[in-house]
Design a protein around this ligand. Structure first.
Ligand SMILES: Nc1ncnc2c1ncn2[C@@H]1O[C@H](COP(=O)(O)OP(=O)(O)OP(=O)(O)O)[C@@H](O)[C@H]1O
Ligand SMILES: [Mg+2]
Length: 385
C-alpha cells in the first residue's frame, strides 16, 4: 500500500551527467516518473529520462521551478543551490540528501568539523582564506611539508586538491578558501558505500580498493572485494554505518577512507549520492548502487549487497592531448574479451583525463579481472576526431 503510493511519486534529479544516466537506467526498471535538470540536452542522462529540463542546478529560480514539478528530489552532484532545496523542503517536498546536511558535506571545512565534533577519525586540518594566507602560515612555521591543500567547495575528480611536497610547489597553491591537512602516509585508498532509508534500515556494500591515476589524481582502477583483512573490513563497514546515521541522511553515502601505513583508517570525505566507487555494483552485485539509492529515497526495503563475482572496474578516461568530438578506438577488440561490461557515458566531447565511461570486468578471481581490465585500458583509446 505504502509503496504503491510512493512509486507514483515523481522523481527529479539535479544533474544530468553519467550518474544521472545510470540512475535513469535503474529508474526505468521500476517505471519511475523521472525528470532531470541540467544545462544542456546533449548531456548523458538527457536521452534516457522522461523529461529533461534545461536549466542551472546552481540557480535558485531554476531549482525552485523544477522542484515544484516533482515530489521527490535527489542529486547526482553536490554543487546545487542549497537555499532552493531548503525552501522546497519547507514546501513539503521530499529531498534526499537533506539540504541542511548537504550544506555541511559540500564544504570540506564544515565536513571535517563534523567529523571532529562526532569523533570520527580524520586527519587534522586548518582552514585558510586563500593561497597567500596558506603561504604566510607556512613561512611562520604553522604548516609543515608535505601537505595537501583542498578547496572548501566545488572540487571534484581531484581538481580542487593540491599536494605540496616541496617548497617550489607553493607556487601551485589554489587561490580559494581552503583547508590544509598533512599529507597522509596512505597504504590503501578504500571506500564503502552505505545506504539508509527513512525507516533507519542501513546496508553497506563491501569495501572497495581504489588505485589512482598519478597524473590526473582520479580513480583509475577499483577492486572489489578489497584486499583488506577481516578486521579492517569490519572497521570500515562500521564507520560507514555510523557516519550515515550520524548525518541522519537517506539515500546513498559514499565514504572515502585512507588506510594508513600505521594501520589506522581515516575518513577522507563523503559523497551523499551514487559514486564512482560503486559503479562495479551494476555488474557484480545483487543490487546496484543506483537501485539502492532509489530504494532508499523511496523508503523501500534495501536490496542485498552481496557480491556475485569478484570485479575490477576501470575508468575510461579521455586520452591526454585529445580534445573535441569523441571517438572510441578499438571497441570491437574490447567486446571480444570475456567478462567485460562496458558503460559509455555518451559525452559528446572528450578532454584529457575526462571520465568518458567505465568497464567492469568480472572473473572468477581478482587477478584475472585485473589483467583483463588492464587489457581494456591498453586497447580502448578515447580520442577526438
Ligand atoms: N591528506 C591527504 N594525504 C594524501 N593524499 C591525499 C590527501 N587528501 C587527498 N589526497 C589524495 O587526493 C585525492 C582526492 O582528494 P579528495 O577526495 O579529498 O578530493 P576530491 O576532488 O573531492 O575528490 P573526488 O571528487 O575525486 O572524490 C584522494 O583520493 C587522495 O588520493
Ligand atoms: Mg574524493
Amino acid at each position: 500500500m505504502d509503496n504503491e503510493y510512493l512509486l507514483n511519486k515523481k522523481l527529479g534529479i539535479l544533474g544530468g551527467g553519467q550518474l544521472g544516466k545510470m540512475l535513469c537506467l535503474e529508474a526505468a526498471r521500476l517505471d519511475l516518473d523521472l525528470s532531470i535538470l541540467d544545462k544542456d540536452a546533449s548531456f548523458p542522462a538527457a536521452k534516457l529520462c522522461k523529461r529533461f529540463v534545461e536549466g542551472d542546478f546552481k540557480n535558485y529560480e531554476d531549482v525552485m521551478a523544477f522542484g515544484r514539478t516533482v515530489d521527490i528530489l535527489t542529486i547526482e552532484i553536490e554543487s546545487v543551490n542549497i537555499q532552493a532545496l531548503k525552501d522546497l523542503k519547507a514546501e513539503g517536498k521530499i529531498i534526499h540528501p537533506d539540504p541542511y546536511k548537504l550544506e555541511i558535506i559540500k564544504d570540506k571545512k564544515l565536513q571535517k568539523e563534523f567529523y571532529v565534533k562526532n569523533q570520527f577519525p580524520t586527519s587534522v586540518f586548518k582552514a585558510y582564506k586563500d593561497a597567500s594566507d596558506v603561504k604566510e602560515a607556512y613561512t611562520a612555521g604553522a604548516i609543515k611539508l608535505p601537505f595537501v591543500q583542498k578547496a572548501r567547495k566545488d572540487g571534484y575528480d581531484g581538481r580542487g586538491v593540491q599536494v605540496v611536497n616541496k617548497e617550489a610547489d607553493l607556487a601551485l597553491l589554489l587561490d580559494v578558501p581552503c583547508i590544509v591537512e598533512p599529507k597522509v602516509d596512505i597504504a590503501k585508498e578504500i571506500a564503502v558505500i552505505v545506504a539508509r532509508n527513512d525507516k533507519d534500515d542501513v546496508k553497506t556494500f563491501p569495501a572497495v580498493e581504489m588505485e589512482f591515476n598519478p597524473h590526473a589524481n582520479l580513480v583509475e582502477y577499483l577492486h572489489c572485494p578489497s584486499y583488506l583483512d577481516d578486521i579492517q573490513e569490519a572497521v570500515a563497514q562500521k564507520l560507514a554505518r555510523d557516519i550515515i546515521r550520524s548525518f541522519d541522511i537517506c539515500g546513498l553515502l559514499a565514504v572515502e577512507m585512507f588506510l594508513t601505513n600505521a594501520g589506522n583508517i581515516l575518513i577522507n570525505e563523503v559523497a551523499p549520492r551514487p559514486h564512482n566507487s560503486g559503479h562495479h555494483t551494476i555488474d557484480s552485485s545483487a543490487t546496484s548502487q543506483f537501485e539502492q539509492h532509489l530504494r532508499a529515497i523511496y523508503n523501500m526495503p534495501l536490496g542485498s549487497t552481496k557480491t556475485l563475482s569478484p570485479a575490477v572496474m576501470v575508468n575510461l578516461l579521455g586520452e591526454d592531448k585529445e580534445q573535441g568530438p569523441v571517438k572510441y578506438c578499438n571497441i570491437d577488440q574490447v567486446m571480444e574479451l570475456p567478462g567485460v561490461h562496458l558503460m559509455l557515458y555518451g559525452k559528446t566531447e572528450t578532454r584529457p583525463f575526462r571520465k568518458m565511461g567505465h568497464a567492469t570486468v568480472v572473473a572468477s578471481n581478482l587477478n584475472t579481472a585485473r589483467s583483463r581490465a588492464e587489457q581494456v585500458k591498453r586497447i580502448l583509446k578515447i580520442k577526438s576526431f
